[in-house]
Design a binder for this molecule. Structure first.
Ligand SMILES: Nc1ncnc2c1ncn2[C@@H]1O[C@H](COP(=O)(O)OP(=O)(O)OP(=O)(O)O)[C@@H](O)[C@H]1O
Ligand SMILES: [Mg+2]
Length: 461
């Protein structure tokens, strides 16, 4: 992939800009346009990542050009340079979406900074694109296990969704039923979105005031900490998907802004008067009863209708019949591979237990239970006692987690050796696991015998 730069103006500018882009393996491609017609042609042909415009270029009216760009929704990272600028022109250009307005030659260091920033951002997005192709394998639908009637229905709905590029989707289901897996599958299966970003936002994890600027971005100076212009997550999801997880917990004010953005495909960064156009697939996830929240006046009905164009309802694991065993066997194989352990078989009683247990934590709970069995067990057939023990400890662990008690280990000013650090970590984790060595081993990601050796070595009591 090339970093495409379009220069609008004359040849001198080309030399200056070229000297600023760190040209590696010829990945930087410069093209030049000297009129607005040529500029629009290049914009369509090479889709530049950065545009540098010479304000005084004789064959182009820069203000008009920026205006047209804005109307066509073709804004890019754009820098305008001028030799004899007026404040008025500078203000106009920035209003029309230019990232910087720079006077040459005196401020050429600023041009250098700007060019380098845009280039660095591009490189970052490239490496996340590479990550995306890994992700695509991970969320390959063949890794989504389920043959029961409800899951087949889910599969059919997904097939329909992925052929309709921007349709919004609401994914409902209890915790651990696979909402995120499905959201990612939808993204990576939609051919035209798959190479664009999948951006995930957990609406409960971010405090409300922050969530707004995270989502919509802000203009420099919009509030005290807004030191730079910043793109919001919505903008970063351009062309791809925005997964709004736990949407049921979003505040009413933000719901209103979100609705407007979905309807108009446009929004403004905080503190800005300019609209940004975005096209992205909105996927919303929720494990709360949205209808109840509407009844309680906590969720906007109109937003609900907007999001709910298609609903994917993920059934709880306890209603998926023999899928439970399919999943258990899938995870047995998966973790045996990961921990280089033998693939073990389930005894008939163990299967019965798996089928009858209600799985309040759904697929995630089953997955963790099987991981625990593989990690801590031997290589015999898995009987129901072993399954029960694993379920019990898993439940205990989950129950102790919501308290989110933080544990710290102290490091004195003179520092400590790695061994001493390890000793302290083990001691704290043992406290966390209330002395239960199996749980402690699981938290530490090591086997129980290995933990025992370390406890002996460090003489931890
Ligand atoms: N059908 C499935 N096949 C294989 N693995 C699954 C399936 N469904 C869920 N999982 C696994 O179960 C775990 C939980 O899934 P996920 O995070 O998507 O659940 P969720 O519904 O988003 O949960 P929460 O509401 O707690 O956020 C993940 O590790 C996921 O890989
Ligand atoms: Mg989730």
């Amino acid at each position: 992939m090339n970093f495409n730069v379009l220069i609008i103006g004359n040849g001198n500018l080309q030399e200056t800009v070229r000297s600023f882009v760190p040209s590696r393996n010829g990945e930087v491609k410069l093209s030049v346009a000297d009129s607005d017609i040529a500029a629009f042609e290049s914009l369509n042909a090479v889709a530049p990542h950065m545009v540098v415009v010479d304000f005084e270029s004789s064959r182009l009216n820069t203000i008009k050009f920026l205006n047209d760009l804005q109307h066509r929704g073709q804004q890019r990272d754009m820098i305008v340079v001028a030799r004899n600028p007026s404040i008025e022109h500078a203000v106009k250009c920035i209003r029309l979406g230019a990232r910087d307005f720079i006077q040459l030659p005196q401020d050429s260091h600023r041009l250098k900074d700007s060019v380098e920033d845009i280039y660095a951002q591009w490189r970052k997005s490239q490496s996340s694109a590479a990550l995306h192709s890994d992700q695509r394998d991970r969320f390959n639908p063949s890794n989504i296990i389920g043959e029961c009637r409800q899951m087949q229905h889910v599969g059919q709905i997904i097939q329909k969704i992925v052929s309709r590029r921007w349709v919004t989707v609401l994914i409902r289901g209890e915790t651990g039923t696979g909402k995120e897996v499905i959201a990612r599958a939808i993204h990576y299966l939609t051919a035209k979105q798959a190479n664009n970003p999948f951006v995930e936002v957990n609406c409960t994890a971010i405090p409300e005031t922050l969530l707004e600027s995270e989502l919509f971005g802000h203009k420099k100076g919009a509030f005290t900490d807004a030191k730079e212009n910043k793109k919001g997550l919505i903008e970063l999801a351009q062309g791809g998907s925005l997964f709004l997880d736990e949407i049921g917990d979003m505040s009413l004010t933000l719901q209103a802004k979100l609705l407007k953005m979905i309807e108009e495909k446009q929004f403004r960064r905080l503190g800005s008067t300019d609209s940004v156009t975005v096209e992205t697939r909105i996927i919303a996830g929720t494990n709360v009863d949205i209808n109840q929240r509407i009844e309680d006046g906590l969720f906007r009905r109109d937003l609900y209708y907007r999001l709910n164009v298609v609903t994917v309802h993920l059934p709880p694991l306890r209603e998926r019949g023999t899928d439970i065993l399919l999943l258990a066997e899938y995870f047995l194989e998966k973790y045996a591979g990961e921990y280089e352990a033998p693939v073990r078989k389930l005894s008939p009683e163990a299967k019965k237990l798996l089928m009858h247990y209600p799985w309040p934590g759904n697929v995630r709970e089953l997955q963790n239970t099987i991981e625990r069995i593989i990690l801590l067990g031997d290589d015999d057939e898995i009987d129901h006692h072993e399954v029960m023990a694993a379920i019990d400890t898993q439940r205990d662990l989950e129950r102790s987690q919501p308290s989110q008690s933080k544990r710290t280990i102290e490091i004195p000013d003179k520092g400590i050796s790695l061994k001493e650090g390890e000793k302290r970590i083990i001691r704290e984790v043992l406290k966390l696991a209330k002395g239960n060595r199996s749980n402690a081993a699981q938290i530490l990601g090591i086997s129980r015998p290995r933990l025992k050796r370390k406890i002996d070595e460090y003489q931890i009591r």
